[in-house]
Design a protein around this ligand. Structure first.
Ligand SMILES: *Cc1c(COP(=O)(O)O)cnc(C)c1O
Length: 406
């Protein structure tokens, strides 16, 4: 029997935790599918999905089964040894994508860190030490390590932490002329999110990505797609690059990849992977058997025509209703995104007030997300029931009605 647990509440956060977050007033304690219950027993519809993470909702039986089965076998061995769940997951990812080699990490930032280090090492080995420049996008988000905040295009995350990582240029997203002007034979990599997530759910144009691919090839630069948010079924394709038909050289994956269990992965080709030889990079927990077992089980459910087509159909269901709410209450001007990564853009009158919508929604019993101050973001379970979508959007409409009518 376990020891009795201490009583804790939201106000304890401020006494116990580093104040880098400002969590909501309630504490979720239990979830099932796309419903969550808080400490007081109040039930909410979950359109947040742990920020695009809980790809199969809460406590999906396939994931609970995989986790408990693995929990009774072996938890951790380190990379001094390999393990069966990691090899099986690598096999699945390689079988379903352009990739020929996989590196496992524990988060999106770590997957990107590996991708960026690999790109620099590859260029160093193949072309020489002058080819180290990285081009990334204004408003992009790639994680919170020092390297990834510097590569990311948001000064609020990178300023005030001492000297910057050198050799990084930021250019506007979806602007091929800007890339044409910036790229050179010193560029080792171009990194972008096929759908910019954190900064407002902004999908790239297909012609743009095709042009980026060509400019990278012409300049001997690797193309890195950060699919931490857009990947693993989120857009209605296993990866968004498959939707666009533009293949990167390196791809990072995390968030949905673990369905709620921490894992990240970097996918690449054999020829590029060759340059991370023994000892050049590593991680203690990366490739952990529990994480890989859960992710492998999530893969088996998600990488099916039924689930991926379902994601595209549920997009339409969300979009139609959100557009209707947007028009009726004058709150949204545009609903954009791919699959179940959706952004509702606030109208001029509501600009900067995504947090107010978040708060009003929570009061009516629906969890949503922000993507910056001007966009309300939805990233629910990829298998959310239509009835849950409808109920959650009913609640959201009630919240918007109260908000807009004062
Ligand atoms: C969330 C996110 C990351 C960072 O992932 P962590 O697991 O928080 O390190 C990186 N890139 C994109 C596009 C993301 O959405």
């Amino acid at each position: 029997m376990s020891a009795p647990q201490a009583q804790v509440q939201r106000s304890d956060f401020d006494q116990l935790m580093v104040p880098n977050y400002s969590p909501a007033a309630f504490i979720p304690v239990r979830g099932q599918g796309s419903r969550v219950w808080d400490q007081s027993g109040r039930e909410l519809v979950d359109f947040a999905g742990g920020i695009a993470v809980n790809s199969l909702g809460h406590c999906h039986p396939a994931l609970v089964g995989a986790l408990t089965e693995q929990a009774n076998k072996i938890w951790h061995v380190s990379n001094v040894f390999t393990n069966e769940p990691a090899l099986r997951l690598a096999q699945k990812l390689i079988g379903a994508t352009f990739a020929e080699r996989v590196f496992f990490a524990n988060s999106g930032a770590e997957a990107n860190e590996a991708a960026l280090k690999l790109a620099r090492r590859y260029a160093h080995d193949v072309y020489g030490p002058e080819k180290f420049e990285i081009i990334s996008m204004v408003n992009s988000f790639h994680g919170r390590t020092l390297f990834t905040v510097n590569v990311g295009g948001q000064a609020k995350y990178s300023d005030g932490f001492g000297p910057k990582v050198q050799g990084i240029t930021h250019i506007p997203f979806n602007d091929l002329d800007a890339l044409k002007a910036a790229i050179s034979d010193k560029t080792c990599a171009v990194i972008l999110e096929p759908v910019q997530g954190e900064s407002g759910v902004l999908p790239a144009d297909k012609a743009y990505l095709e042009g980026v691919r060509k400019l990278c090839d012409d300049n001997g630069a690797l193309l890195i797609f950060d699919e931490v948010q857009s990947g693993f079924g989120r857009t209605g394709h296993l990866y968004a690059y498959q939707h666009y038909g533009v293949t990167p050289d390196i791809l990072s994956s995390a968030k949905s990849l673990g369905g709620g269990f921490p894992i990240g992965a970097m996918l690449t080709t054999a020829k590029i992977a060759e340059h991370l030889v023994v000892g050049t990079h590593g991680t203690t927990y990366g490739g952990n058997p529990l994480a890989c077992a859960v992710s492998g089980a999530a893969f088996d459910v998600i990488n099916t025509p039924e689930v991926l087509e379902g994601v595209r159909a549920k997009h339409e269901r969300f979009k139609a209703r959100l557009e209707k709410i947007g028009q009726e209450y004058g709150i949204f001007t545009q609903v954009r995104g791919l699959g179940l990564l959706i952004g509702a853009v606030l109208s001029d009158a509501w600009k900067g007030k995504a947090k107010d919508v978040f708060n009003a929604a929570e009061k009516e019993g629906v969890m949503v997300l922000q993507a910056g101050p001007d966009v309300v973001r939805f990233a629910p379970s990829l298998v959310i029931a239509d009835a849950d979508i409808d109920e959650g959007l009913d609640r959201l409409e009630r919240a918007v009605a109260k908000l807009t009518r004062g």
